[in-house]
Design a protein around this ligand. Structure first.
Ligand code: ZN
Length: 188
């Protein structure tokens, strides 16, 4: 037995590989899931809310929280940062707050959040803190997205809650709304 074989034997006996391989495997984020018919339907409502935001001069982002099992809408919101002069007035933040008020509970494990744009670090943090069960989003946000683009906060295995992630749902429609809004701003 040469020195390398001896070390490999020792590692196996010491269980080093047996311990490290499953640990690495379990720390991987869960694979992205596909949208249900309810998710697609709720994305239409979120897109309508985003269009409403645009009509009020706000960046068009809309969000819905619904009960995953029944499809009951519990909260909705659209970006109101300019109107409210509030940096936390993001669509999904307002939708989560409304849903917690409606249910009388800060935990939303049995709920799905549908939002037209990938959540920022603040909103991804709130998704974890509110224990949101599922997150469905439309357009990716390469500059601030904290779910897949820049960070993976909403299903980071080191945190005490992981949402199920369904990204890129009707992403083209969600980004067209944003593009049209910024184009009209530049034209002014
Ligand atoms: Zn946000």
């Amino acid at each position: 037995m040469n020195l390398i074989d001896w070390w490999m034997c020792w590692f196996r006996r010491a269980g080093v590989w047996h311990r490290t391989v499953p640990a690495e495997h379990s720390s991987a984020p869960s694979p992205d899931a596909s949208p249900t018919a309810s998710d697609l339907d709720m994305m239409s409502r979120a897109l309508a809310l985003a269009a409403r935001a645009a009509s009020m001069g706000e960046i068009p982002v809309g969000a819905i929280v619904y009960r995953t099992s029944s499809g009951q809408v519990l909260g909705e919101g659209f970006n109101r940062r300019e109107i409210d002069k509030d940096p936390s007035a993001h669509a999904e933040y307002l939708a989560i707050q409304a849903a917690c008020k409606a249910t009388g509970d800060w935990r939303l494990n049995d709920c799905t959040l549908v939002v037209t744009l990938e959540p920022c670090p603040m909103c991804a943090g709130l998704i974890v803190n509110a224990r949101v069960g599922r997150l469905v989003y439309g357009a990716s946000d390469p500059k601030a997205g904290a779910v897949r683009s820049l960070f993976q906060l909403a299903d980071d295995p080191r945190l005490n809650h992981r949402a199920r992630i369904i990204p890129g749902v009707r992403a083209d429609e969600c980004s067209s709304l944003l593009r049209a809004f910024f184009k009209s701003l530049r034209a002014k």
